[in-house]
Design a binder for this molecule. Structure first.
Ligand SMILES: N[C@@H](CCC(=O)N[C@@H](CS)C(=O)NCC(=O)O)C(=O)O
Length: 207
């Protein structure tokens, strides 16, 4: 398997954690989003959206969208599970994951921030990123369980999405002390080998 991504991409980071949790070996193929590598024709042939991650399977199939990739991973490699067995609990895990992946993250990604900067300047783009992340994380803080993990005793898909997004919040200067439950969730997995291996600084393209 080859994971096309970028060290700082939070969407790629989610998938890295999932692959490491499931104990699967993969090769990293880096695309530097700062230089627009995601819009190179060779990459667009893999993922016409021009977004990372994309997971190329050994049979040539290419999967896009981090949550779709993680659901595929869950279905093909069920252990350890990323979703609880009970349907209501599964829906709650997915709701947290989507609050970040479908609602928060898309309005603060590289392409959106570049467009805001072009229309309104660098300060407006910085404020946009800060405010959208702060607003989104405030909702997630209210959605999560008391701990130790996002939805209770076991690591779930929700933790895979929250941890990278907190790093993005720091990058945009968001005061994370407003979100003690999210910080506790992050601390609970800080030394977990899968989370450590998935960190940006552990990636070959880290710069
Ligand atoms: N919904 C997609 C989002 C993917 C996405 O936005 N990736 C970002 C990096 S985290 C990207 O490739 N940005 C490049 C751009 O906006 O041009 C997913 O979850 O995979």
């Amino acid at each position: 398997m080859r994971l096309h991504g970028y060290f700082r991409s939070t969407a790629t980071w989610r998938v890295r954690i999932g692959l490491h949790l499931k104990g699967l070996a993969f090769e990293t193929v880096a695309h530097d989003l700062r230089t627009g590598a995601q819009r190179h024709p060779d990459f667009l042939a893999l993922n016409p959206q021009g977004l990372v991650p994309a997971l190329a399977l050994d049979d040539g199939t290419v999967l896009a969208q981090s949550l779709a990739i993680l659901e595929w991973l869950e279905e093909t490699h069920p252990e350890p599970p990323l979703l609880p067995p009970e349907p209501v609990a599964r829906a709650k895990v997915r709701a947290v994951a989507l609050a970040i992946a479908a609602d928060l993250h898309p309005i603060q990604n590289v392409g959106v921030l570049k467009r805001v900067e072009a229309l309104a300047g660098a300060e407006a783009a910085r404020a946009w990123a800060h405010d959208t992340v702060a607003h989104g994380l405030a909702a997630v803080e209210a959605m999560v369980a008391p701990g130790p993990h996002a939805m209770g005793p076991a690591i779930t898909l929700a933790d895979l999405v929250i941890v990278p997004q907190l790093a993005n919040g720091r990058r945009f200067g968001v005061d994370l002390n407003r979100f003690p439950k999210l910080l506790a969730i992050e601390a609970a997995v800080a030394d977990h080998p899968a989370f450590v291996a998935a960190r940006p600084e552990a990636q070959p393209d880290f710069a």
